[in-house]
Design a protein around this ligand. Structure first.
Ligand code: GLU
Length: 556
């Protein structure tokens, strides 16, 4: 087999969706496992919908997942690589050259139909109950069209040969599309930009791509691409090749719906409805975060298919303090998943690996993955499983490594936290590790230390049970414990635990009777990480301040 060259070709019209990440991962892994090359190409020919921000986001998401590319934006040889540039918007002259080649050979032609004319043709087809197909009229005057082309706005259409086309897909086998399902499709738009079909075929050829892996949603584009490959020649006259195709199964939610941004809209519509509708929701205490206006929210809520822009959705989620279903790579990163876990999990989506082992390193995946192991049927995205993978992986990390990962995450999503914890950051990581499933959740078990000492709210029941019950036995012990703690020189978790155990023994009470009053006094609640750790995280001064405040409040 020749050394493969694969590519990932995102359109920068939004965030990198988890399905796109899977396409990138599989394409990358296939090349990496065979000493091949991996190209990143930005398909920004839709001028209105593409943005530099989206491109930046996609590059960043790929880097976070540790998917690297040899050729493409920011690659070391980006400027000198003969296959470049890797932004389609910078390749217009190249596309024009191939479009001219087709027009000269009468394999493509300019068309001047107005949108009204096209609408009328569609309506006519609909009335006659046939699917609309654009084919060049028999009386088409080529010479006149060539002349008009110089002066008038037009599109260029490819003359689809009237024959069935069979795609040999590595995953799906032979897929044949009959001639009457294919028409003379546009290859250059009126704005002078090529369409996706033309650009993708030219680029895959010139960039030496041997294997195209992409989602099944592109399967019905492929016969058009094959037809173009058969029609086109390189500048030196050699015909275009047809790369191997592998179309990957779609990714669905466990309920069978397609996994998409729409899931976020759906989740938020349910929240707004639970709050009693838009007007009521606008009175929510968190309303300050809502960026959309009431009228557009009404329209959105009233229409099942309506979607809000991502920013507006994020605003609503913040306002109502709800976690949205993660869809984009960035969502998973923000939620505190580890990139290697995300890669491991998405590798399972559609990969039939022939063994029960579900957790593996990316290196193992690269080594074992092959195209004939891609499944045909839709893959289900199981968040619980992903969460379980993340939990396990976080627990397997050493405390130091976990703390480093957490610090990195905080730099992006919780900037103030490391400074707040100071030198106790690692201790906090150690304490939270057994209890958190994501980096984001690491904050919860140690949240008590982030509050000001006089801002602790005491849980009534816990106070009753651990301090006031039995004529305030707990409260009395608390006073003695305060004195005992004041005499300790060593405030390490181990020393604290040992001191409390010794105290319990001398007093002839159980450890729980010692630990609970202290725990409630310094955290406000009856549950926290280990007692020694809890005290050590606060330090002597803060622990004592809390004990004193608690005693005062309890006495009142
Ligand atoms: N730009 C296309 C997309 O984002 C790429 C399709 C392909 O891989 O050919 O879906």
């Amino acid at each position: 087999m020749q050394t493969p060259v694969t590519r990932f070709a995102p359109s920068p019209t939004g965030h990198l969706h988890i399905g796109g990440a899977r396409t990138a991962l599989f394409s990358w892994a296939f090349a990496r496992g065979r000493g091949g090359g991996f190209v990143l190409r930005i398909e920004d020919t839709d001028q209105k919908r593409s943005s530099d921000d989206a491109t930046r986001g996609i590059l960043e998401d790929l880097r976070w997942l540790a998917i690297d590319w040899d050729r493409g934006p920011d690659a070391p040889n980006e400027q000198t690589d003969t296959g470049g540039p890797f932004y389609q918007s910078q390749r217009l002259e190249i596309y024009d050259r191939f479009i001219a080649q087709l027009v000269d050979a009468d394999l493509a032609y300019p068309a001047f139909d107005t949108s009204e004319e096209l609408d009328a043709m569609r309506a006519e087809a609909k009335a006659a109950k046939r699917t609309f197909r654009y084919v060049r009229a028999p009386g088409y005057d080529r010479a006149a069209a060539m002349e008009r082309m110089q002066r008038e706005q037009h599109v260029v259409r490819f003359r689809m040969p009237p024959e069935a086309i069979t795609v040999h897909d590595v995953v799906l086998g032979e897929v044949t599309t009959s001639a009457d399902e294919l028409d003379d499709f546009v290859i250059r738009k009126a704005d002078g930009f090529p369409t996706y079909h033309l650009a993708v075929v030219v680029d895959d050829e010139l960039m030496g791509v041997t294997h195209v892996l992409r989602g099944q949603e592109h399967l019905n584009n492929t016969p058009r691409h094959v037809a173009l490959q058969r029609a086109l020649k390189r500048d030196d006259g050699t015909p275009f090749r047809t790369p191997a195709y592998a179309h990957m199964p779609l990714i669905f939610n466990p309920d069978g719906s397609k996994m998409s941004k729409r899931d976020k809209d759906k989740a938020l519509k349910a929240v707004v409805r639970d709050l009693g509708g838009v007007a009521k929701a606008m009175e929510h205490p968190g309303r300050g975060a809502i960026t959309a206006d009431e009228a557009s929210l009404e329209a959105w809520l009233g229409d099942k298919t309506a979607q809000l822009p991502t920013d507006a959705l994020d605003g609503l989620a913040r306002a109502f303090n709800v976690d949205l279903p993660e869809i984009n790579v960035e969502d998973f990163r923000a939620a505190g998943y580890l990139p290697e876990v995300v890669c491991n999990y998405i590798a399972l989506l559609g990969w039939q690996k022939g063994s029960d082992v579900e957790r593996f390193t990316i290196a193992e995946f690269v080594e074992r993955f092959d195209l004939d192991q891609i499944g045909k049927t839709a893959a289900k995205f199981d968040r619980e499983k992903l969460l379980a993978f993340n939990f396990d992986t976080m627990r397997e990390l050493g405390v130091e490594a976990l703390a480093a990962r957490w610090r990195e995450w905080c730099a992006r999503y919780d900037e103030a936290l490391p400074a707040q914890l100071g030198e106790r950051f690692e201790l906090a990581a150690k304490m939270a590790q057994p209890r958190a499933k994501t980096l984001r959740q690491l904050r919860e078990p140690i949240a008590f230390t982030l509050l000001a000492d006089d801002a602790i709210e005491y849980d009534e029941k816990a106070v009753q049970k651990s301090l006031l019950k039995n004529d305030g036995a707990g409260l009395a012990l608390l006073g003695e414990l305060r004195t005992m703690l004041g005499e300790l020189d060593d405030w390490s978790p181990e020393a604290l635990d040992a001191a409390c155990a010794a105290f319990a023994e001398t007093r002839g009470v159980g450890m729980g009777q010692v630990a609970q009053p202290l725990r409630v006094a310094v955290t406000g609640a009856g549950v926290s990480p280990g007692l020694g750790e809890t005290l050590a995280l606060l330090g002597y001064k803060r622990a004592v301040a809390r004990i004193d405040r608690c005693a005062t409040l309890a006495n009142e």
